[in-house]
Design a protein around this ligand. Sequence first.
Ligand SMILES: O=P(O)(O)OC[C@@]1(O)O[C@H](CO)[C@@H](O)[C@@H]1O
Length: 396
Amino acid sequence: MPDTPAPAPAAPVLLGNEPGSFPHSVLARRHPAIIRQVREAFPYGPGIRGALDALLESCTDGVIEPLPAGAPDRDRWLSWGLGSHIGRSWFDVPWLWSESYFHRRLLEATGYFAPGAWQGVDPFRPTKLAELDSAETDEELTALDGLLTLPADEQAQALLHGSLWGNRADLSFRLSAGDPADAAPAPALVADDSAALWSLLPAAGTGTLCLVADNAGRELIPDLLLVGHLLSAGRVARAVLHLKPHPYYVSDATTADLLDALRRLTAAPGAARDHGRRLWAALEDGTLTVRAHPFSAGPLPYAEMPGDLRAEFAGAALTILKGDLNYRRLVGDRLWPPTTPFADVTAHFPGPVAALRTLKSDVITGLDAATEAALVAAEQQRWRTGGTHALIQVRR
Ligand SMILES: O=P(O)(O)OC[C@@]1(O)O[C@H](CO)[C@@H](O)[C@@H]1O
């Protein structure tokens, strides 16, 4: 008999086929709303409008269809399971897969991948730029001046929280989220391993930080500020920023969004401009590098990441995964009992890993029983999806 008990069986993978569930509402309501938003973003001609209508029909009442024969990433999607999902309802395959393929098909419909006039045009750019140019962004940048007088540790903690709560700025989420006035009372932070996080980023650190970004605009800016601070404070020697290779989940950050954010910072007054200039210089001298790995916009959990990405994360002093979707991919997009240890479900990850996430889907692990009970008592299960709670979880 083995000394250690067998690991608990994995929890069920989330599907979108249960009416009334959050995943079902995303497929049935949020995706059609995203198609409507894209239809209005640009004066697309009849061909693209027709393709968007066809996608709407397919994703609500139809089945998953193959990619066109000439699609540049057709083989990659086949290796990600497309072959076994063709002909099935979007609601009956893993929710994570279904959402990811929806966003891939949406870009296809706008002509993003095919040679032609619309190739490479991000249908979400107008909303991303509006957010970047907003008065809220001005306020957040101005607030940086006030940080300068704080002791270094407090600055670091404030920038960590800025990056964490920046994850609320998710444009797809706003298409279906309730009024912020519905926001629930505390505990806002349902898990806080920030002490463990800082212990992995000591002063005079010689390691590399990987930050896997989530949304552009008001999330990417605080992510950049955090990365810039960790570099200039000497907690890491190098940083790698992982972005999406193409527009994804409405507001996910691409290289173009990084450049927009840097322009915004360097054009701002005060401390924001200094941060922007330091980040610019770090990119130029290679202490900050950027990746856009295809797997970052893939439909699979991180347990199935390819070897090159695994090797990169294995070599990092810490990998920070931002946002709800990265969390789902990290822990497997399963309906775990909330007290399932975070260390158990992230044991597959090749190096120290931290999740910074506001809660916007049912998936959750690593809560203590008292916290779960308090959340359920206050809000039933709404705390899981409302975006009003957040977590910092770390596995060394
Ligand atoms: O990863 P993010 O930007 O924090 O959140 C992505 C998100 O809005 O999309 C999914 C539903 O489409 C949910 O998991 C989550 O609410």
